[in-house]
Design a protein around this ligand. Structure first.
Ligand code: IMP
Length: 197
């Protein structure tokens, strides 16, 4: 069964493809012209379902034996009222780049005089198939720093230190993130759903 990803985020696509090596995984933009999906849900789960359902509806008349998998994710900082949360992708404004968002969060921490504080990533994954829709979640806890270190990962990774480590995901080998990230945890559950379809 083909897994079609409802995402244009290169970092996510890379991580999901690496995790699902034994399956045929492709981005929806490999099949149709990419377009903007309005993510107006109030939770990660709602937004993941919106993305997966939108792409499923676009592809159902031209593809066979496929499911659509969508990931909606973000980072929350309790010291900042759990922001940016579901607004992580547009924290620095509509159309902001990953770098813009990273430095906006660093600047916000600096403005509050915070050098290091707990934070966590959340990933909601939605699977839409001819047999119905399913959602799963995964989390990764750690700290964020008011500085960026390293070039690895994507998004907020250069400021995020996972629990049990002293380096950021920007500095750590990608295998560390792959072992227990929010996305990996959600993907483990998503695999169980896929096996049951
Ligand atoms: P989405 O594509 O609308 O789900 O937005 C996800 C946002 O959260 C983007 O700004 C990402 O950079 C950020 N994000 C999600 N997962 C990760 C991650 O694993 N590392 C770093 N940033 C992430």
């Amino acid at each position: 069964m083909k897994i079609i990803l409802a995402s244009g985020n290169k970092g996510k696509i890379k991580e999901i493809k690496e995790y699902c090596m034994e399956s045929e995984v492709l981005a929806y933009s490999d099949i149709i012209e990419p377009f903007e999906i309005v993510e107006d849900g109030l939770t990660y789960q709602e937004n993941a379902l919106i993305k997966a359902q939108t792409i499923y509806d676009k592809l159902k008349d031209r593809e066979e034996n496929f499911v659509v998998l969508a990931d909606d994710s973000g980072i929350s900082v309790p010291a900042l009222g759990n922001t940016p949360g579901i607004y992580s992708a547009r924290y620095a404004g509509e159309g902001a780049s990953d770098k813009d968002n990273l430095y906006k969060l660093i600047d916000t921490l600096k403005e509050k005089g915070i050098k290091r504080t707990p934070a966590y990533y959340t990933a909601a994954m939605a699977i839409v198939s001819e047999k119905g829709s399913f959602t799963v979640h995964g989390w990764m806890h750690g700290d964020v720093l008011a500085q960026a270190r390293g070039e690895g990962g994507f998004g907020y990774d250069p400021m995020f230190i996972p629990e049990g480590y002293e380096e950021t995901l920007g500095d750590l080998d990608k295998e560390v993130k792959q072992a227990f990230s929010h996305r990996t945890k959600a993907l483990k559950l998503a695999k169980l759903v896929l096996e049951g379809l």
